[in-house]
Ligand binder design. Structure first.
Ligand code: HEC
Ligand code: HEC
Ligand code: HEC
Length: 211
């Protein structure tokens, strides 16, 4: 529970940090910038709230410090493995700095097979579901269109989701524990606590009546 709260607080501070974050540190500050941190662009240009287009959008070919830590470098086959920096270079990044797979699909940079045998056909469905039990957060928009380009209906129906809007009693805690959306998000799909706004994307009139 404590780590859940910590994750929530971290995410809230990430999403709501004021532009002051970009201010220069006082001279002689012992605080070192995070790895990969870039000095902010001159005033008037990119801010932390700036539209995604003005942030670094593409994975460089620089090797991440720990990218080979999954492997045994003394194994003779290690040299033959394609390294992550080679495989991922040029791929678009999301706001959290991770590969944006939806963008890869939209831009046609990947075209996943529609079945193991290669003969199946995806069954796209353009139906947005609006989920409004979000308390002080914007409402959640679940896009069937994005999901059915990768997934069969049977991945989600009848379990864990009934084909009836509002049937599921979803909480963030259950998502963080791997249920509902969390069966895939945090595992094979984008990381939940780094991207509240990708799901909570619809204005909630109860918290933002003016916008
Ligand atoms: C993968 C999609 C997804 C992401 C990412 C996500 N949420 Fe949610 N959230 C949901 C869904 C679905 C509900 C339930 C809505 C409903 O049932 O009407 C929900 C409900 C909530 C609720 C109300 C229920 C509760 O548990 O208190 C809060 C508060 C909330 N989310 C906060 C957050 C915060 C903060 C983040 C980022 C750390 C976040 N959410 C990220 C999908 C998501
Ligand atoms: C990634 C998960 C996922 C996939 C894949 C998926 N759905 Fe859904 N579907 C949902 C969720 C979530 C809801 C809302 C459930 C709730 O609110 O309890 C829903 C609701 C529905 C509803 C009810 C809509 C309404 O008006 O009440 C229908 C119909 C539906 N889905 C059909 C389909 C069909 C047909 C496919 C395959 C082409 C499909 N779904 C694939 C997650 C999915
Ligand atoms: C069966 C697996 C699965 C489940 C369950 C699932 N998702 Fe996803 N979702 C994916 C995959 C795969 C992607 C695409 C990869 C990525 O963006 O990381 C995705 C992408 C998304 C996107 C980005 C869409 C876009 O066009 O940019 C949103 C928003 C989203 N999911 C919301 C939800 C919400 C809300 C729920 C729960 C109600 C949910 N998902 C449940 C697998 C799932």
């Amino acid at each position: 529970m404590r780590s859940l709260l910590a994750a929530l607080l971290l995410a809230l501070s990430l999403t709501q940090a004021p532009p002051a974050q970009a201010q220069a540190r006082p001279a002689g500050s012992p605080i070192k910038p995070a790895p990969g941190w870039q000095p902010p662009a001159p005033a008037g240009a990119a801010s932390p709230q700036a539209p995604a287009a003005s942030r670094p959008r593409v994975r460089t070919d620089a090797a991440a410090a720990d990218q080979d830590s999954f492997y045994d470098p003394s194994n003779p086959a290690f040299a033959q493995l394609q390294k992550a920096d080679q495989a991922l270079a040029g791929m678009p990044l999301d706001r959290a700095g991770l590969i944006d797979w939806m963008r890869m699909l939209d831009d046609g940079q990947i075209s996943p097979r529609e079945g193991l045998s290669g003969t199946g056909r995806a069954q796209p469905l353009d139906l947005d579901i609006l989920l409004k039990n979000t308390r002080q957060m914007p409402w959640v928009r679940f896009p069937h269109s994005s999901h059915t380009r990768w997934l069969d209906c049977a991945n989600c129906h009848p379990s864990p989701f009934e084909q009836r809007t509002g049937a599921a009693r979803i909480t963030m805690e259950s998502i963080f524990r791997g249920q509902w959306c969390g069966m895939c998000h945090d595992r094979v799909a984008f990381i939940t606590h780094l991207a509240c706004e990708r799901c909570h994307s619809v204005r909630n009139p109860a918290i933002a009546p003016e916008q």
